[in-house]
Design a protein around this ligand. Structure first.
Ligand code: HEC
Ligand code: HEC
Length: 373
């Protein structure tokens, strides 16, 4: 039981919580210094060592930092889109824990995307990327999708040169690419753009929510009484949330140095009424960290509030043909529903969101006139 809070067969909720509390603070102290350092923000102890290290981290921290710093600039860079209007952060907005507040995303030409913009909270640990594609495992590969997608277009690029030529004209980027990729004679390429974005994304680690303070730092005041009751409900067999929202990340299984071969899993909570239903097994279980700020919910953004999501689960999920057998019907009193929502609200990491907001190198940038507001 590596994560401390993964439920096992006969283990009661109380015992599980107790186990989690017993994780010694020495472990915390031994934790490697993390992402914060790359943003000019005070360095702290980083995430608990029991979380493991996501795959893809580099042996050379200085090199990694140079790439992550470059990736941070690129994440907010509108020249990554065909018309200079859109960056990754247009959809993955810092103040919304890297979501966009819309049911489904909108590309540079106004095309509605088929799916909701997921948070990138702790994305480096994910065993698979995107809502339903088991084949996208590397952040480097994923970043190619929004840049070049055509059906419908997101950032609208049609060639490597289109973006490389623009960035080459900027002395700042010339210097940053040379620093991050010193061994390459032509350091500014699509490949190095993707590698830098991925290095930045591996710093998007959220580990300072009240839940974390309660579980890892023994701060009993970090959760309200109502949130503590909600936590009991969340971990209860009756509700079964944790059968899919696993581990410390409340998400689909994770892939780390401790468990490098974890298989991706997908579940349909009965919402998939599209043509996908027959061909695939549903959607990735998203993390519930920062869930209070990432509405609307589900792959198609159909639920505006957490109360709506919970009502969906109380009914045993929706009607989709591939509905998971792990869903169970249950009923909550109004007070219990409030408790459960209160627990979910305590998964919000204000420091993470603050860090994301401060990551924007140019928050007051003016977009070209042709960009619609
Ligand atoms: C037009 C809005 C939009 C833009 C711009 C955008 N994304 Fe996304 N992003 C999405 C949507 C929507 C999804 C879900 C796609 C799917 O599952 O089909 C997503 C998914 C992701 C995922 C996978 C998350 C997960 O939980 O599996 C990552 C990582 C990601 N985006 C990173 C980026 C990066 C890096 C950029 C910039 C190069 C970027 N995104 C630009 C909307 C956007
Ligand atoms: C069968 C596995 C499973 C169980 C059990 C389950 N979930 Fe989920 N959960 C998912 C999947 C898969 C999604 C994404 C579904 C979609 O988009 O269609 C999801 C989505 C969510 C979301 C929205 C996340 C977002 O970013 O949009 C919340 C909130 C949530 N679940 C909470 C819960 C709670 C609370 C419980 C227990 C009452 C629970 N889940 C039980 C698999 C599950």
């Amino acid at each position: 039981m590596r994560t401390g809070i993964r439920p096992t067969g006969g283990c009661s909720a109380a015992a599980r919580i107790l186990l989690a509390l017993l994780i010694p603070s020495a472990v915390l102290l031994a934790t490697a210094v993390w992402a914060a350092g790359t943003h000019g923000i005070a360095v702290d102890d980083g995430p608990p060592a029991v979380w493991g290290t996501p795959l893809g981290r580099m042996a050379d921290p200085e090199r990694e930092q140079a790439m992550a710093e470059l990736g941070r600039q690129l994440f907010f860079e509108t020249r990554l889109s065909a018309n200079d209007c859109m960056s990754c952060a247009t959809c993955h907005r810092p103040e919304l824990a890297l979501t966009d507040g819309q049911a489904t995303a909108v590309g540079i030409y106004g095309d509605r995307q088929p799916r909701n913009t997921p948070t990138l909270t702790n994305i480096a640990y994910a065993a698979s990327l995107t809502w339903l594609d088991a084949g996208v495992e590397l952040l480097e590969d994923q970043a190619r999708l929004p840049l070049f997608n055509t059906e419908p277009p997101e950032m609208g690029l049609t060639s490597e040169a289109q973006v490389v030529d623009k960035l080459k004209q900027d002395k700042k980027y010339q210097a940053m690419f040379a620093r991050a990729f010193p061994e390459q004679s032509k350091p500014l390429t699509l490949e190095t753009i993707l590698q830098s974005l991925a290095a930045f994304e591996r710093t998007l680690v959220s580990y300072q929510s009240p839940f974390d303070r309660y579980v890892y730092q023994g701060d009993h005041e970090a959760l309200s009484d109502s949130a503590k009751r909600g936590m009991q409900l969340f971990y209860s067999r009756r509700l079964g949330c944790v059968t899919c929202h696993h581990s410390w990340n409340f998400s689909a299984p994770l892939r780390t140095d401790l468990e490098p071969d974890t298989e991706a899993t997908f579940h349909d909570t009965g919402l998939d009424v599209t043509e996908f239903a027959a061909s695939q097994n549903g959607f990735k279980t998203p993390t519930l960290r920062n869930i209070a700020v990432t509405a609307p919910y589900m792959h198609d953004g159909r639920f505006k509030t957490l109360a709506e999501v919970i009502t969906h689960y109380e009914q045993g999920g929706g009607e989709g043909v591939n509905k998971s057998g792990l869903l169970r019907q249950f009923s909550l009193t109004d007070k219990q529903r409030t408790d459960l929502i209160d627990f979910l609200n305590h998964l919000t990491d204000k420091q993470f969101i603050e860090r994301m907001i401060k990551s924007d190198p140019e928050p007051d940038r003016l977009l070209p006139e042709h960009c619609s507001p």
